[in-house]
Design a protein around this ligand. Structure first.
Ligand code: ATP
Ligand code: MG
Length: 310
């Protein structure tokens, strides 16, 4: 089976339990939950029982432990997570506003994963991987950009594939070098997984159909457009396929895109049809929103099958 690799931030997430605008006064909190978009993605791949690994860095603190224990338990190869003595694991505080949008306070660039370099163990993972998943959020610091781009070039040069979820947060869009790095990644992307308006990040067209054609002409082989509670649409050179989302009670939408993406990528690499991959990914995304905590809603194949059968 094709081993799936991702590279990027490992964080804990701490969530305000009431809604409101940001963190300018004391609010009740719950956490730490294991988090970081690439970590959530790879945890979902691990729960599906597919070989996978992550390259990252954490501190030798409880926040790092919360993540490494969860990822290991769920089947992720964590040999590429550098545990930095005296380092501090990254964190994200999130509070939902009344309108459902999210306010974040991030500590990423100055945390342990502010620097991600290729250790010997990480180089070994790059050598073994046949697929790399890139999260746009992970292009937040120069060393991380260099590690992602050099690994991507190595994996592509061997005939491997790349999937890419821009996953952009306005809070980090202006990180130094991020915009250029995003362009390098889209140029080598096989499977593109934007959410909503992220479809237009790398296209001059302003309609969905024209943007899709422009991306396919650039060499992207397939696109899956995530539309939250409205479901998702798959596009390739042969046409398109839309599936509505599955009815669930939304408790916490964070991580839905990552669980959806991980499930789609895994089934796509396993040779399933786009129909089947989309069906399972929609189920994984729906299950993800039913739990508080970004990684808490990742599900096993059996859980997805049971949910689909119900
Ligand atoms: P993230 O916040 O994790 O970055 P995203 O914006 O990348 O999310 P979304 O479009 O929000 O991704 O969600 C991904 C998929 O999860 C959707 O296409 C859908 O299949 C499923 N999903 C999301 N929200 C819901 C919901 N409220 N009910 C059912 N399914 C949902
Ligand atoms: Mg997303």
């Amino acid at each position: 089976m094709k081993k799936i690799l991702t590279i990027g931030e490992v964080l804990v997430e701490i969530i305000a339990t009431d809604r409101g605008n940001g963190f300018r006064s004391a609010v009740p909190l719950v956490g730490p939950f294991p988090s970081g978009a690439p970590a959530i993605f790879i945890d979902q791949v691990g729960k599906l029982g597919h070989p996978c690994a992550i390259i990252s860095a954490v501190g030798d603190d409880d926040f790092g432990w919360v993540n490494t224990e969860r990822l290991k338990t769920d089947g992720v190869d964590i040999s590429g997570i550098n545990v930095i003595a005296g380092g501090t694991t990254g964190s994200a505080f999130v509070r939902y506003r009344e309108d459902g949008s999210r306010a974040f306070v991030f500590n990423i660039r100055h945390s342990a994963c502010g620097t991600i370099e290729l250790t010997d163990a990480a180089k070994q993972l790059v050598a073994e991987a046949s697929h790399l998943h890139v999260m746009g959020t992970s292009l937040y610091a120069p060393s991380v950009i260099e590690t992602v781009l050099s690994s991507m070039h190595a994996i592509k040069a061997r005939g491997g594939t790349v999937s890419f979820d821009p996953n952009l947060r306005p809070e980090i869009l202006n990180s130094p070098g991020m915009r250029e790095a995003l362009q390098s990644v889209i140029a080598e992307t096989d499977l593109f997984l934007p959410s909503g308006d992220e479809l237009y990040l790398f296209a001059s067209a302003r309609t969905e159909e024209a943007a899709v054609q422009e991306l396919l002409a650039k060499g992207v082989k397939a696109i899956v457009l995530k539309q939250g509670a409205a479901g998702a649409t798959y596009y390739d050179a042969k046409g398109s396929l839309t599936r509505p989302s599955m009815k669930v009670e939304e408790v916490d939408p964070t991580g839905a895109g990552d669980c959806f993406g991980a499930t789609f990528v895994t089934l796509w690499l396993e040779g399933e049809t786009p129909q089947t991959a989309l069906r399972y990914a929609n189920a994984a995304g729906a299950l993800a929103v039913t739990k508080t905590g970004p990684m808490e809603g990742a599900s096993s194949r059996t859980e997805i099958d049971t949910f689909l059968a119900a």
